[in-house]
Design a protein around this ligand. Structure first.
Ligand code: NAP
Length: 454
């Protein structure tokens, strides 16, 4: 059996080790899930709803415990980690309403009636990245369970602790055995077995585009359903007519939240040329004002990067010849600290403009007019998120329609609400999570015709 030594990213202390599930253990969990799923789906919808509400209540009672685990395992600031645990509770509560609302249709046809049923798919495999370990897990397991499926979940190797605790809370709240199983382990072992296992009928994968492509190819082998939430290189587009003070004051929080380890990070700030210099003047104090420090402090806004390996990858984008405009501060000493960094790339094809950095590094670029802004925002293989700052409502709508991206916000950096759909265009993903339709995405539509002929 293999294991991972877990390191606190803020001080490099050892938190402990976590043992990895073996392929035999995955197969055993899937076999139990197959049996448990049939019983779970056969429960009255109101009973499944009540079970999910009890699970939500158990998470509510453990918000502080989950948040503190995330602070230690992932280095998330405590205020953010608390929001994440509360978000899991809210996602469960929202989808606890779904079992009693899995509505089919009645379709007018000749000679009888035609009705559709939304049938659960069976066992769903959820594969989670390390950047938001709890919240992203819940986007998969909550609607999947609500729709009558069983779930096996693989957390990221570096950040399994909150997912493991959520698995325990599910059991403690009375969720039937085998309906929701958390299996820590390697992507190349546990994750790949989810993909290849014939009884896992859908994969929900969140992670890098590179691995997502492999997962999708693996799912093709058995025509397995797949949802992909992948990388991003989102644009924050600031027009000359915007409230520049607000745009500059909020820009750091659109990219440096979670130390930039956010698929929705607005890691390209595109500014209309006529206000470019003024915007940078306003941005500098905002970046220097980001409070980077101990994740356990209530005032901390940004913590460390998740690991040494990831720190070194992010640092490779800020070499000695990089055109750094200005930087914020970060603690020195142990921990994977990296200061908020603003780059002024020499060209639109610079690596810092085209590649996902996934750290607190943002590239600021000028544009000429609306058409140029849209073209530059779309000049990416990704299309996940983005923001538009303007006081012109018509322009806000035109640019929103013009940008090839799944989640846009105007005069703000909002991306994720459990009640609205979330997902990417282009190589940022396939399918949508959250919102009113997410539970239906974990079903197969069955059509039944009943003849009324005598
Ligand atoms: P990753 O390396 O692709 O890993 C994601 C998950 O897949 C991990 O649990 C990983 O396990 C597992 N995995 C690795 N190889 C696998 C394989 N061959 N088969 C099945 N599973 C495998 O991504 P990451 O570095 O953890 O996360 C960062 C990336 O996620 C970024 O690109 C970010 O943009 C993206 N992301 C996207 C969204 C979104 O909603 N669009 C949200 C968050 C993050 P191990 O931990 O063992 O490697």
């Amino acid at each position: 059996m293999t294991s991972t030594t877990l390191i606190n990213p803020a001080d490099e202390s050892v938190l402990g080790t976590i043992e990895h599930a073996t392929i035999a253990e995955v197969d055993d969990a899937v076999a139990r899930a197959v049996v448990a799923q049939r019983r779970w789906a056969a429960l009255a919808p109101a009973e499944r709803a009540a079970a999910l509400r009890r699970f939500a209540a158990a998470v509510d009672g453990a918000v502080d415990e989950l948040a503190r685990l995330e602070v230690r395992n992932s280095g998330h600031p405590i205020t953010q980690a608390r929001w994440e645990a509360e978000h899991v509770r809210d996602v469960l509560t929202y989808y606890s309403a779904a079992p009693e609302r899995m509505l089919g249709s009645q379709i007018p046809v000749a000679g009888g009636i035609d009705i559709t049923f939304l049938e659960p798919i069976g066992v769903v495999g959820v594969i989670v990245p390390w950047n938001f370990p709890m919240t992203i897990a819940s986007w998969g397991f909550a609607p999947a369970l609500a729709a009558g499926n069983a779930v096996v979940l693989k957390p990221a190797e570096w950040t399994p602790l909150t997912a493991v605790r959520l698995g325990e809370l599910a059991r403690e709240s009375g969720l039937p055995d085998g309906v929701f199983t958390v299996l820590p382990g390697r992507g190349s072992v546990v994750g790949e077995r989810f993909v290849s296992h014939p009884d896992v009928r859908k994969i929900v994968f969140t992670g890098s585009t590179e691995v997502g492509k492999r997962v999708m190819a693996g799912c093709a082998d058995s025509v397995k359903a797949v949802t992909l939430e992948l990388g991003g290189k989102s644009a924050n587009v600031v027009f000359a007519d915007a409230d520049l003070e607000k745009a500059a004051a909020t820009a750091p929080y659109g990219v440096f939240e979670n130390a930039g380890q956010d698929c929705c990070a607005r890691s390209r700030i595109l500014v209309q040329r006529s206000v470019f210099d003024r915007f940078l003047e306003l941005l500098e104090p905002a970046v220097r004002g980001v409070v980077v420090g101990a994740p356990g402090d209530e005032a901390t806004e940004m913590g460390p990067l998740v690991s040494r390996a990831h720190h070194d990858r992010v640092a490779s984008f800020v070499t000695d010849d990089a055109r750094v405009a200005f930087r914020g501060t970060a603690p020195t000493g142990p921990g994977f600290w990296f200061p908020p960094t603003v780059l002024l790339p020499a060209s639109r094809s610079d690596r810092s403009v085209t590649e996902e950095i996934f750290g607190p590094v943002v590239a600021v670029l000028p544009f000429d007019d609306e058409a140029d802004a849209i073209a530059l925002a779309n000049d990416s293989v990704y299309g996940l998120s983005g923001s538009i700052f303007t006081r012109d409502l018509g322009r806000a709508l035109r640019v929103s329609r013009g940008i090839e991206s799944g989640n846009l916000s105007v005069n703000s950096h909002s991306s994720v609400r459990y009640s609205t759909p979330f997902g990417g265009f282009k190589q940022s993903g396939l399918g949508r999570e959250l919102g009113p339709d997410a539970a239906a995405a974990f079903t197969e539509t069955k059509n039944v015709f009943l003849s009324t002929d005598a």
